[in-house]
Write a protein that binds this ligand. Structure first.
Ligand SMILES: Cc1cc2nc3c(=O)[nH]c(=O)nc-3n(C[C@H](O)[C@H](O)[C@H](O)COP(=O)(O)OP(=O)(O)OC[C@H]3O[C@@H](n4cnc5c(N)ncnc54)[C@H](O)[C@@H]3O)c2cc1C
Length: 492
């Protein structure tokens, strides 16, 4: 951070440089707006990516990768905090918003100008920008191959999902930052493109407060990190402010700044239950990209797919029943991890801490439906892995050490796992500032303009009105692109 000015004035201020922020900056810089992006995390060169998970988490993740979502069942959540945000550490799986959800959002939230036809060019833009596509070669890593064997045995509908990872060299670094730049975090290409168009990205700069005068945002108060660890508090004035700080930080910043109407009241996630399988054959999942197929047979309520695998992550996955399962660590080369993800029908909130730094407090209560779907998903995934040849299946469920037969597995089709025994995680969060014309439900209008404030916009995962039931980045970027273009047309 080299800026030393104590007060700046800019035309458009974008807060956050992830999926939503990088997209917004690109569109607005291209349209000739003066754009400055403030990013709390640092800029890291690709040469520093791909380090051991604990190092990468300190470098690229918020809270070193340990953010709890509190509730009767605590859920582990991770998100990025670096130039490029969570796109730098995600897996790059790509979906377009399914038409069913599009209609649901229109019906429940009154999202206007919203159809497949309208969204199509925006998805196309994002897909071109991130080189989204199917894998070129026919070769599958072993962890995908055995998964496919199970899918075939069950005769389920499944697909190899497109990814923002053209040229993937299968080196298992998605979640630690891809040093090859094959996985397209937005810092690889999109941010340099925005910079070439004139957008400026200031890193190590955390926005603490939005400054208001009546119904108008006049600017922000931000903390700029200086070399040596000290920091300056600066005021940056702006004509327009786009908050793209992600699903937990955007509502927190708004609430800290006194903007609370339907903000942080509807936190949604895809709760995920991880399951590890032990095979007789060598898999070497620790050396390869995660399994590339997703089972859609039970979608939208239940999705089944592949998880990142490292020896450290395996230890975590076995930790619920460590005394019983610790010896399995010796067989790590024969193991691979998968997940059951459910759409998430519980309810959550995001609030700013009353004391101290004002950081978010995240709460989510699983619904009974979530617990049923997680139980049924486990039954199906375990059955499928056994059909694929797994000898033992280890779910992240306290007290359920391993599943070794199909009869043990199918039990959970009809019974619910004890809620308190679940060890859940998530990497998909959204819906904390829903958009739509239903002012009784939404924080912002159909294009992300915050209700009741003249020049404040949200343009990130927060604006998705509800859980999309698919990997969300495509939808976030397509909507952010649409909204930024709409802003550019109307602001002139
Ligand atoms: C491990 C992992 C795997 C994932 N896998 C996939 C996948 O395969 N496919 C998929 O579609 N999605 C995936 N996701 C989810 C996807 O990456 C996110 O949904 C998406 O990046 C969210 O976009 P966003 O713009 O809302 O937030 P982010 O991309 O997280 O960007 C927000 C940025 O804002 C910055 N910020 C926050 N507060 C402030 C502040 N006060 N001042 C300045 N800057 C601030 C943050 O540091 C961050 O850089 C994954 C996520 C993770 C963590």
């Amino acid at each position: 951070m080299t800026e030393t000015e104590k007060a700046l004035r800019v035309q458009v201020l974008v807060i956050g440089s992830g999926a939503g922020g990088a997209t917004t900056a690109n569109v607005l810089a291209e349209q000739g707006f003066e754009v400055v992006v403030l990013e709390e995390g640092d800029r890291h060169p690709l040469s520093s990516y791909g380090q051991a998970p604990t190092t990468a988490m300190r470098q690229l993740y918020r809270n070193y990768g340990m953010t709890p979502i509190m509730g009767k069942v605590p859920i582990g959540f991770v998100e990025g905090r670096c130039l490029g945000g969570s796109t730098e550490i995600n897996s790059g799986f790509w979906h377009r918003l399914p038409p069913e959800f599009l209609l649901r959002w229109k019906a429940r939230f009154g999202v206007e100008d919203f159809s497949n036809e309208i969204l199509e060019p925006h998805f196309e833009w994002a897909e071109e920008a991130l080189k989204v596509g199917s894998r070129g070669s026919g070769y599958w890593p072993k962890s995908t191959e055995v998964f496919n064997r199970g899918i075939k045995a069950m005769a389920w509908s499944a697909q190899e999902v497109k990814r923002a990872a053209s040229g993937c060299v299968n080196n298992n670094t998605c979640s630690t930052g891809c040093p090859k730049g094959a996985k397209q975090g937005v810092s690889v290409d999109l941010i340099p493109r925005a910079e070439a168009k004139g957008a400026r990205f200031l890193t190590g700069c955390k926005v603490k407060l939005l400054l208001k005068s009546g119904r108008h945002i006049t600017g922000v108060l931000a903390e700029l990190k200086r070399e040596g660890g000290s920091s300056d508090l600066v005021r940056i004035d702006a004509d327009y402010v786009f908050v793209c700080a992600g699903p937990t930080q955007t509502p927190t910043l708004l609430r800290r700044s006194g903007i609370k109407e339907h903000v942080g009241d509807t936190f949604q996630i895809h709760p995920m239950l991880k399951v590890t399988a032990l095979f007789d054959e060598t898999i070497d999942a620790q050396k390869s990209v995660m399994p590339l197929l997703q089972v859609k047979e039970f979608w939208p309520d239940i999705s089944i797919g592949g998880s990142f695998f490292s020896v450290g992550h395996l230890a975590l996955n076995l930790a619920d029943n460590w005394n019983e399962n610790a010896d399995a660590m010796n067989n790590y080369r024969n193991m691979a991890s998968y997940y059951v993800g459910v759409r998430g029908t519980g309810r959550g909130t995001v609030r700013a801490k009353m004391l101290g730094d004002g950081d978010p407090v995240l709460k989510y209560e699983l619904s009974d439906v979530d617990v049923r779907h997680l139980s049924q998903g486990l039954a199906r995934l375990a059955t499928m892995l056994l059909a694929a040849g797994a000898r033992e299946v280890y779910p992240c469920v306290f007290g359920l050490g391993k599943i070794t037969s199909e009869l043990e597995a199918v039990r959970w089709l009809d019974e619910s796992l004890p809620r308190s025994s679940l060890s859940l995680t998530t990497v998909h969060a959204f819906s904390t500032c829903p958009m739509g014309e239903r002012a009784d439900r939404c924080a912002a209008d159909s294009f992300g303009k915050v209700h009741g404030v003249q020049n404040l916009f949200i343009n990130d995962a927060s604006m998705l009105p509800d859980s999309p039931g698919i990997n969300p980045q495509g939808t976030i970027m397509a909507l952010a692109h649409r909204n930024a273009e709409h802003f550019a047309e109307t602001a002139r």
